[in-house]
Design a protein around this ligand. Structure first.
Ligand code: PGA
Length: 249
């Protein structure tokens, strides 16, 4: 049986502050009393302060900057995120890598800074369709992990999210077998960095109520990072309940 499972909703650039407050409130009241699962809401920065959480509900920022303060127009510091009572920060999402040119070096700086400030990075990795077709999935993933975690010896307080780029927002999730194989590989790469701590590895990419029951059973999957299906109360709650059911069996 798995220890603990995480369901994280990445709302991306959706929902006004007021809509964030309502969505989180409705989800929290529907999941009142949920056992064995941590539920993380990741609204846009402007929504963080609107959401009130207490264990097992948490808040994550979708990004941060690694400097403490200063002349960095448009950026948000970890201290600012902390002051909104967020506990986690998503780092290196493929949309940040592709649309905003974040490279492994920047991602590494951010992970170091988030850990140093006592928050938990949700470190996203994943191959493109081109990588997969070239047979370079494992190389890409190990490269992202090793470069993203330079200077980090202890993986305590780190969560990894495997999100194949070709499965994000496409409606087509990776197959259970594909997920099992790559999660096994990821766990091994992480073990080479830190043997002592088990790192939770989430799967992300077109997770929805229809596939969540099957995907949560996949060995090596410790939860989900969910985009589209996290924007709707019923679909997010139904995935969380499927996880709880699995967890209690
Ligand atoms: P999706 O997005 O669930 O809409 O595929 C996942 C993500 O980008 O984190």
């Amino acid at each position: 049986m798995k220890n603990k499972l995480i369901i994280a909703g990445n709302w991306k650039m959706n929902k006004t502050p007021n809509e964030c407050r309502i969505l989180a409130k409705e989800i929290i009241s529907s999941l009142n009393g949920i056992m064995g699962i941590h539920v993380i809401f990741s609204p846009p920065f402007t929504g963080l302060n609107e959401i009130e959480t207490s264990n097992p509900f948490f808040k994550a920022a979708q990004n941060c900057y690694f400097e403490q303060s200063g002349a960095f127009t448009g950026e948000v510091s970890i201290e600012m995120i902390k002051s909104c009572d967020a506990t986690h920060v998503i780092i290196g999402h493929s949309e940040r890598r592709m649309l905003f040119n974040e490279d492994n070096y920047t991602i590494n700086q951010k992970i170091l800074a988030v850990k140093k400030n006592g928050l938990i990075p949700i470190f996203c990795i994943g191959e493109s369709l081109e990588d997969r077709n070239n047979g370079s999935t494992e190389k890409k993933i190990s490269d992202q992990i090793e470069k993203g975690l330079i200077g980090i010896d202890s993986l305590e307080g780190l969560v990894v999210a495997y999100e194949p780029v070709w499965a994000i927002g496409t409606g087509v999730a990776a197959s259970p077998k594909e997920i099992e194989d790559i999660h096994k590989f990821i766990h091994n790469v992480l073990k080479n960095i830190d043997k002592k701590h088990y790192t939770q590895v989430l799967y992300g990419g077109s997770v929805k109520p229809e596939n969540s029951e099957e995907l949560i059973r996949v060995p090596g999957v410790d939860g989900f990072l969910i985009g589209g299906a996290s924007l709707n109360v019923d679909s997010f709650v139904s995935i969380a309940k499927a996880m709880e059911k699995y967890r209690s069996n």
